[in-house]
Design a protein around this ligand. Structure first.
Ligand SMILES: Nc1ncnc2c1ncn2[C@@H]1O[C@H](COP(=O)(O)OP(=O)(O)OP(=O)(O)O)[C@@H](O)[C@H]1O
Ligand SMILES: [Mg+2]
Length: 431
């Protein structure tokens, strides 16, 4: 049977009627099936699916109205259009037919042309309806896809903005620290000079004017010898501390480096260090667990052509995940167990000279992941965290930044109970 043959089921208890109708429709190329009662029609419909049903109203047994009601009550058949054939030309019967779901009626005795024209029109209508429904389905599907893409990119924008906001905040703090630190640094230098002068003055004084008892006593009271010895050291340490704060401020500015349109040469160790600095407060010991140790095993890395701010975001997402995981473990274990098995993050860097590639491995000795999690970690919106705790975008974004923005690779190795390792490989770029 050709798939596009149009099938019509004619239901009538009068053989002559059946014959005429069949003949008209068959000569127009339709495939006809007949049933001589409502019951038989329903039975036939269990295995046969016509495109249209012509239904006589007055039949013994189930009449046309009842048969129509049954057809329309069956979700599998309800969409097949039904046209009544009726000698009952009164308005009531016609209204009843429509109310039961018929789409049209043809009065007996009928004109062949009219019968054909109506059947044709309704088949066309049906065809168009089906096409429209399919179009609506297609469009709905397209809209749903677009919507979920939109949601994903919205989340991505939020993530980028969060990073940008953090960057701005950090840059602002770094900037504000700079002035007072500059002032302190200069002042300490002056203070060292002044103290040196005072010491010289005191020495001269002591030499030319040996102290009397009272002065001597006072010197002992303030422990002058210790003071003279300690004050320069104290000032020296103060200067050391201001240098460290300056270093932190530089690091903060490195972290917050706004990304330019084009890549620049940058030192990835600086990026790693500044990211660790930002995460320091999360690595510290808390009520639930001891501090997380960080082991840095840096090899020789050349500066590489990259977007440093975005790579910091990659380091941040990977490191934050490891800390999240350690925090989760801490929720489920006693501090006793945690103390016996120190939680560690290891960062290893190396240059793979032959491939002109740098490699950064970030490993943890945490609980690892089962395969079904591992295979999906880079999927956008995949998370095992509670609603509100994770968006599942961290690694998807990291992957995008490494692969698409830098032409590198980001891979994961992990097994349940054995920790996790993320490996970032980045091309060194043009010399
Ligand atoms: N170091 C790790 N150890 C164990 N599981 C990890 C580790 N890193 C990532 N995962 C798993 O990968 C999933 C996806 O991580 P991803 O960073 O993409 O999203 P997230 O951390 O859940 O959410 P978000 O980063 O948006 O806050 C996590 O939910 C977690 O199950
Ligand atoms: Mg994450």
């Amino acid at each position: 049977m050709e798939p596009d043959t149009i099938k019509v089921l004619v239901v009538d208890d009068t053989p002559t009627n059946l014959e005429i109708v069949s003949e008209v429709l068959e000569s127009a190329g339709y495939e006809i099936a007949v049933a001589i009662s409502g019951d038989r029609a329903l039975k036939r419909l269990q295995t046969y699916r016509p495109d249209l049903i012509l239904l006589d109203i007055q039949m013994p047994g189930l009449n046309g109205f009842e048969t129509c009601q049954k057809i329309k009550g069956n979700p599998d058949l309800a969409s097949i259009p039904v046209i009544f054939i009726t000698a009952l030309n009164d308005a009531n019967s016609i209204a009843k037919g429509f109310a039961l779901g018929a789409i049209d009626y043809i009065s007996k005795p009928f004109q062949k042309e009219e019968l054909l024209a109506r059947v044709k029109m309704h088949l066309q209508l049906q065809n168009m309806t089906q096409q429209l429904e399919q179009q609506v389905l297609d469009r709905t599907f397209a809209l749903e896809t677009a919507l979920s893409q939109l949601k994903a990119s919205q989340l991505q924008i939020v993530q980028y903005e969060k990073m940008a906001a953090l960057g701005n905040l950090v840059a602002g703090v770094a900037h504000e620290i700079n002035n007072p630190i500059g002032f302190l640094n200069g002042s300490i230098q002056n203070a060292e000079d002044y103290v040196q002068d005072l010491f010289e003055y005191l020495a001269t004084y002591q030499e030319l004017q040996p102290p009397n008892d009272q002065v001597q006593e006072s010197a002992e009271e303030v422990d002058l010898d210790f003071l003279l010895d300690d004050l320069p050291k104290l000032l020296h340490s103060m200067r050391g501390a201001t240098h460290r704060i300056k270093g932190i401020s530089t690091s903060l500015r490195t972290f917050s480096r706004a990304d330019m349109e084009y890549p620049i040469r940058a030192n990835l160790h600086e990026g790693l260090d500044s990211t660790l600095l930002i995460l320091k407060y999360r690595l510290k010991a808390n009520d639930q667990r001891p501090a997380i140790e960080v082991e840095q095993n840096y090899g020789e890395l050349p500066e590489i052509e990259c977007f440093p701010g975005q790579l910091n975001q990659v380091f941040m997402n990977i490191l934050a995940n490891a800390i999240d995981m350690f925090d989760e473990i801490a929720q489920e274990n006693t501090s006793e167990i945690l103390r016996n098995q120190p939680q560690k993050i290891m960062i290893q860097t190396a240059t793979l000279a032959e491939k002109k590639v740098v490699e950064i491995r970030i490993m943890d000795n945490g609980e690892g992941m089962p395969d079904e999690v591992k295979s999906r970690v880079f999927d956008s919106s995949f998370t095992t965290k509670a609603v509100g705790k994770g968006t599942g975008l961290g690694l998807a974004i990291a992957h995008q930044i490494v692969a698409e923005k830098h032409g590198g690779t980001l891979t994961v190795q992990s097994a349940l109970g054995q920790g996790t390792e993320f490996c970032i490989r980045l091309p060194i770029g043009a010399d």
